[in-house]
Design a protein around this ligand. Structure first.
Ligand code: NAD
Length: 336
């Protein structure tokens, strides 16, 4: 108990909506948590001096320079409040003795529900209607819609989020087909798996991505993939931006091969997302191109952002950091 009483954590990038959960955890566990809204960078890490562990969440990269400074400050416990670890050089962290934890599952339903919401908006052409209504044009034609129960939804990745999305799609009466490098028993027993990604591309009228970003999945949806798809296919990406080659997507939208896309993540999203850019010019041509299109919905990585998910992200990451401090390891240790 004496050791615990001395433990101190610093939380970076803490938003207003997270503060109450951090405060609750801090008083329940008797561990002080200093909160800062600043992101964790080589420039801000000095604020962590004297703390035992860092809890952070950001899309911005955790640079090698930052990791080196953490090592110099003697801080070797870093707990991320999210799943993705693609913005951190894990080899570098390991070589410095920095242990990284993540929150592998906080609310798959949050992302799954958002995925389906965005698809419904594409099918019902909500963006076009919103534009019309804002000009007081209240006619329904010619924006005739499509029905989800008529779609064949190709789910790529049947992990926590993919499986949750499948249940919702099935609730709407859609036909679901799935692809995953590793089969899940429940999905297999339902006979949903096809043999290859090509089968998904050829059969699906909607394709939704729920896999992690690895070198082998980068630009999974490229020109070659789009060419195999049905004309007018709808694409949803609430996984990771670089899974899609954005220039190939733009060509596929131009040709009509892709009928609409909903992107909650983008290749260079840190240039735009999670900032109030006001009237500033946006120096990201693919973003500007896609953002203007009526059949493309861009959301700034908001799929995860629900009350349930935020509470779980805060509590689980702080528990991980405490566990690292007490035992030198944690259930959610990310290993390279
Ligand atoms: P998960 O680990 O439960 O599932 C991922 C699935 O992808 C696994 O079943 C795995 O076998 C499969 N997979 C891995 N590599 C593959 C490959 N090369 N080909 C086919 N399948 C492959 O992860 P999850 O919780 O379902 O999350 C999925 C992804 O969603 C995350 O990796 C993350 O990138 C993204 N995500 C986005 C948000 C958001 O707010 N938009 C929030 C959380 C997660």
């Amino acid at each position: 108990m004496e050791v615990l009483a001395k433990m101190k954590i610093i939380g970076y990038g803490i938003r207003q909506d997270e503060r109450q959960f951090v405060e609750q955890w801090s008083s329940q566990n008797g561990i002080g948590v200093k909160m800062t809204a600043e992101l964790l960078t080589a420039e801000t890490v000095d604020q962590a001096s004297g703390y035992d562990g860092i809890v952070a969440f950001q899309q911005l990269a955790y640079s090698d320079e930052l990791l080196e400074k953490m090592d110099q400050l003697g801080i070797h416990n870093l707990s991320l409040r999210n799943v993705g670890v693609d913005n951190i050089n894990l080899e570098k962290a390991t070589s410095l003795g920095i242990k990284v934890t993540n929150v592998p599952v906080y609310s798959p339903e949050a992302i799954a529900e958002f995925t389906v919401t965005q698809l419904m908006q594409l099918l019902r052409r909500s963006k076009e209607y919103a534009r019309k209504f804002s000009n007081h044009d209240f006619r329904w034609a010619p924006q005739i819609s499509k029905e989800l129960n008529q779609q064949t939804v190709g789910v790529i990745g049947t992990g926590h989020i993919g499986r949750s999305a499948i249940k919702i799609f099935q609730g709407f009466g859609a036909k679901v087909i799935a692809y995953d490098a590793f089969h899940n028993k429940e999905i297999e027993s339902q006979g949903l798996y096809v043999d290859s990604l090509s089968d998904i591309y050829k059969q699906a009228t909607v394709i939704t991505l729920h896999i992690p970003l690895f070198p082998e999945t980068e630009h999974m949806l490229d020109r070659e993939a789009f060419n195999q798809m049905n004309d007018g296919v709808f694409i949803i990406n609430a996984a990771r931006g670089p899974l899609i080659d954005e220039s190939a997507l733009i060509e596929a939208l131009d040709s009509g091969k892709v009928g609409g896309a909903a992107l909650d993540v983008m290749e260079d999203e840190t240039k735009v997302f999670n900032q109030d850019l006001g009237k500033q010019e946006i120096n990201y041509p693919a973003f500007n191109n896609l953002f203007e299109r009526d059949n493309v919905l861009i959301s700034p990585h908001t799929a995860f952002y629900t009350d349930v998910a935020v509470k779980n992200m805060v509590n689980i990451s702080l528990n991980n950091n405490k566990q690292l401090f007490e035992t030198g390891t944690a259930d959610n240790l990310v290993e390279k």
